[in-house]
Design a protein around this ligand. Structure first.
Ligand code: PBG
Length: 341
């Protein structure tokens, strides 16, 4: 009797055998492509910290999305950079705002495309926070301003309804205000959009991985007296797993149809727990900093980008993500379908 009785290597001998016993698969249908829309025509601004990513005007966006669609990417999520910003983020709920216009352009040309919209105020406020600022009621004088939760809710609800009217298929609130899923659900239902699902950024962690996004969306918190320097007073602390489950439970109770964990790879333990505990589709957002890290190492020739991209996205799926939001969506789709990027 040869010594090892169990030989897992037997099933690793050829690619076809490995494929037969593969537990986790990745397909273009699992991917959602985040895109940045700006006003104007013919605009294609490269984002410094995200090689291969551009701020696009609606016409340019359509071309990109059409080529992604041909590669199998059938879902996108839009972020808008408005012409004007103000303290309230008024442009966020303009019916002819940058996102509603882009939604109409995309849905007219590609009715089968799933168009999600990010619902948040940070791209639209001049201070760069995800809601309206005011003096805090706790802690006495000398405190920084705070994002007022309850003043922000109706603004987010109006933004979601504006996106719905433009033809969005799914709205995705990313602000991390308490109670926003309920507020958005009520506003959508009140406006007749009972069929429109909400994907909530349920467990969104405050950390260093959103830096490149804030370049792309021009949404970094502005420096100024009393303006909080970061989003730690509304996004989650990276050390907290149980709290993440509570956040998800709240959003589920408020009517979320899908829930998201963000960032993805550093928080795959959370993805797994959310998947095991809740019965809704689970999304993971492979965010800008995660994208930038792979790009930077690949540019130096230190890693094989294609392999690392597929391995990373497969890991998100293995942890339990049903869908993965990633700037690599078209690149990965082309790898998966054999059309070289
Ligand atoms: C808006 C929002 C952010 C991201 C998605 N929606 C940035 C932030 O919270 O500062 C980040 C996405 C990424 O880094 O790719 N609130």
């Amino acid at each position: 009797m040869p010594y090892p009785q169990e030989r897992p290597r037997r099933l690793r001998r050829t690619e076809a055998l490995r494929a037969l016993v593969r537990e986790t698969t990745l397909a273009p249908d699992d991917l959602v492509w985040p895109l940045f829309v700006v006003p104007g025509r013919g605009v294609r601004n490269p984002v410094q910290s995200m090689p291969g990513v551009f701020q696009l005007s609606a016409d340019e966006l359509l071309g990109e999305v059409q080529s992604g669609f041909a590669a199998g990417v059938r879902a996108v999520i839009l972020f808008g950079i408005p012409e004007r910003k103000d303290a309230q983020g008024t442009e966020a709920w303009a019916e002819d705002g940058v996102v509603p216009r882009a939604v109409r352009t995309l849905k007219e040309a590609l009715p089968a495309l799933v168009v999600m919209t990010d619902v948040c105020l940070c791209e639209y406020t001049d201070h760069g926070h995800c809601g309206v600022l005011r003096r805090p009621t706790a802690g006495g004088p000398g405190q920084d301003l705070t994002v007022d939760n309850d003043l922000t809710l109706p603004l987010l609800a109006r933004e979601a309804v504006a996106h719905a009217r433009a033809g969005a298929d799914i709205v995705a609130p990313s602000d991390m205000m308490d109670g926003r899923v309920a507020a958005i659900r009520a506003a959508l239902d009140g406006a007749g959009f009972t069929d429109l699902p909400i994907l909530s950024y349920a467990a969104k962690f405050a950390g260093g991985f959103y830096g490149p996004f804030r370049d792309a969306a021009e949404s970094a918190p502005r420096e100024g007296p009393g303006i909080p320097r970061d989003r730690k007073a509304y996004q989650m602390d990276p050390g907290n797993a149980r709290e993440a489950l509570r956040e998800v439970a709240l959003d589920v109770a408020e009517g979320a149809d899908m829930v998201m964990v963000k960032p993805a790879v550093p928080y795959l333990d959370i993805v797994r727990q959310v998947k095991d505990r809740f019965l809704l589709p689970t999304a993971a957002y492979h965010v800008s900093g995660e994208y930038a890290m792979i790009k930077a190492a690949a540019e130096r020739g230190w890693i094989d980008e294609d392999r690392v991209v597929l391995e990373t996205l497969t890991s998100c799926r293995r942890a339990g993500a049903d869908l993965v939001l990633t700037y690599y969506a078209p690149h990965a789709a082309r790898l998966l379908t054999g059309k070289r990027p």
